[in-house]
Ligand binder design. Sequence first.
Ligand code: ATP
Ligand code: MG
Length: 356
Amino acid sequence: MREYSIAAIPADGIGPEVIDAGTTVLASLEKRMGDIKFNIETFDWGSDYYKRHGVMMPADGLETLKRFDAIYFGAVGAPDVPDHITLWGLRLPICQGFDQYANVRPTKILPGIKSPLANVGPGDLDWVIIRENSEGEYSGHGGRAHRGLPEEVGTEVAIFTRVGVTRIMRYAFKMAQSRPRKFLTVVTKSNAQRHGMVMWDEIAEEVSAEFPDVTWDKMLVDAMTVRMTLNPKSLDTIVATNLHADILSDLAGALAGSLGVAPTANIDPQRRFPSMFEPIHGSAFDITGKGIANPVATFWTAAQMLDHLGEHEASERLMRAVELVTAAGILTPDVGGTSTTKDVTAAVVDAIHSSN
Ligand code: ATP
Ligand code: MG
């Protein structure tokens, strides 16, 4: 029996609803496989915890999480708690504390789900976006001078390091190498931003020499949005900075049908710490408690988690089950269906047991 300890942090809004669906599906996979076991411990950290304790998680939270094999995360954010508290109090400390520098966002159109793009269906769009997750535009450097005065200046400094860019580039080339097309697109804005972005281009050239079997090209981020929309088939693996990939992956999620199906993994490739798996969407308070949250992103990220743990067969079995269910039209309202979170979950559990 192979055992894995998983820390579940459902947190806010629809987070608990989709993580509950996810743990149900993991339990059924455990039964179907027979040789793996998930020891899931759930933590009640998040905005409600903040209202009781004044912090989003305990001071020794990271210490507690360290001993787990993986973290299964719901969503953070509440209408009555400021964003900088929810984000900086829980999700970002985990990403930064565990040096999860590679953010991996697979995107494809699942069978039965419609892309807003005309004439684009399953198979026409199959991407993995690799987002640099530790530095760049979101490094927090900058400031304000002469606040409120006519001569006020605000700066927002993007910091790129050779170590940081090289490690994400290497991760991206490896990812491209592991996929059938072995094709990588490196995104920058090096025509207008002539320092850090030019360094990205140079490091891409250097790292590419280590991967002679990977074909690659360069794109400027503005032109990239056009290519994603008009020529999605021409792309496969994509690497971009923290900000650029943030924007491109929202576009990717929308082109694939809904935020509710888009998963993401925050990976520490060196495996010194647990990696974290979550749906891309936020807490979505507008639908919280209605029982209609789409659990597909949370299932898909569980498949990413299983892959990371080396359980490839279980991961494939889970994704096959999800695709059978979406193909059968068992869908939540955000992707045009009338099913509930529970209906979709029950159908995936059935498919796990009945499919080969
Ligand atoms: P955040 O502030 O973290 O971005 P949010 O509450 O704005 O969170 P998002 O996740 O950004 O919510 O989603 C925007 C909208 O998309 C939601 O308000 C909701 O209507 C819809 N949505 C998001 N995720 C799902 C889901 N899993 N199932 C169904 N609808 C969803
Ligand atoms: Mg939002």
